[in-house]
Ligand binder design. Structure first.
Ligand SMILES: [Fe+2]
Ligand SMILES: [Fe+2]
Length: 326
């Protein structure tokens, strides 16, 4: 594991001063900070929190969809959904690796998750009762993820930005497969159209909440923007997302469940109804419809995987022994 860069210059005020000047230069030039560079402790902590929460979201996010793999309506749909859920596992792994370069171990992050000490995106605490939920998740949840994550490809921390490039390419496939599921349902029977609309009704508001609280209630955003981690405010990203959805909803023939949604020409933005932030807070606090179930399943999977971790560690030990003997 990389030693925290601060420690390498601890007790050497001149080196720390030079490190800080270099960090400030990198940020001012909109350049990349790499794991070996000196960085302020708060920058490191912010990134560890953000990247590990992001990794946890990818891993927990596999659950609502894996629920449908065996019940997807055709072999083709099963194969697509399985590939998508595997992509999400991969996203979690790239992100855990990126966080590890900041000096936290995978074990510690996993412990934080399964002991309920870490957060992950509130969206994954909603249930997926119908097949149309697979369409709505791809279209809305992966769609929101793309709006959030494309600007992160330019995040100042190198390993995070680079991980996001590949993740975003895969997310755009996810969004299209969701759109296509909904399109097919909307061209089907009346019952299928209703199922698609019902799924959109249930996922629309939670997907808008994915961008986080309104700007005036998002105290950490300004610092993250000054550090070139975050590029756009929560409300700006939410606006972009709605701007992307409106024409796509027209093509699908679904109604976005907000009677107040309208383009405001004077302000060049969408007017929309107030988001129910109480619901967001409740879900974040662990009282959403599926929080307990998600964590219970994550713990179970962790326990069931113990033999794999032991076997891998034992294999690594034997390899090291062999190369030491050679
Ligand atoms: Fe993902
Ligand atoms: Fe995705």
């Amino acid at each position: 594991m990389t030693a925290p860069a601060d420690l390498s210059v601890a007790g050497d005020p001149q080196a720390a001063e030079a490190g800080r000047a270099r960090f400030d230069e990198l940020i001012a030039a909109d350049s990349r900070v790499e794991p070996r560079d000196w960085m302020p402790e708060a920058y490191r902590k912010t990134l560890i929190r953000q990247i590990s929460q992001h990794a946890h979201s990818e891993i927990i996010g596999m659950q609502p969809e894996s629920n449908w793999i065996t019940r997807a309506p055709s072999l083709k749909r099963k194969a697509i959904l399985m590939a998508k859920v595997q992509d999400e596992a991969g996203h979690g792994l790239y992100l855990y690796s990126a966080a590890q370069t900041l000096g936290i171990s995978r074990d510690e992050m996993m412990a934080q998750l399964i002991e309920g000490r870490a957060r992950y995106s509130s969206i994954f605490n909603y249930p997926t009762p119908t097949w149309a939920d697979m369409g709505a998740i791809g279209w809305l949840v992966d769609g929101a993820a793309i709006c959030n994550q494309v600007p992160l490809c330019r995040a100042s921390y190198g390993p995070y930005g680079r991980a996001m490039v590949r993740i975003c390419k895969e997310e755009s496939f996810h969004q299209r497969q969701g759109f296509e599921i909904l399109l097919e349902l909307m061209q089907g029977t009346e019952a299928q159209r209703q199922m698609a609309q019902d799924a959109v009704d249930r996922w629309y508001w939670p997907s808008l909440m994915m961008f986080g609280p309104p700007d005036e209630q998002s105290p950490n955003s300004a610092q993250s923007m000054a550090w070139n981690i975050k590029r756009f405010s929560n409300d700006d990203l939410r606006q972009r997302f709605v701007g992307m959805l409106v024409p796509q909803a027209e093509v699908l023939g679904v109604t976005l469940p907000d009677p107040n949604l309208a383009w405001n020409e004077a302000e060049q933005r969408y007017d929309m109804s107030e988001i129910d932030w109480t619901e967001f807070e409740e879900v974040l606090a662990g009282r959403g419809p599926a929080n307990a179930e998600r964590l219970r399943r994550r713990r179970e999977a962790h326990d069931e995987g113990a033999w794999v971790r032991e076997a891998a560690a034992e294999y690594a030990r034997k390899q090291a022994e062999q190369s030491a003997a050679a």
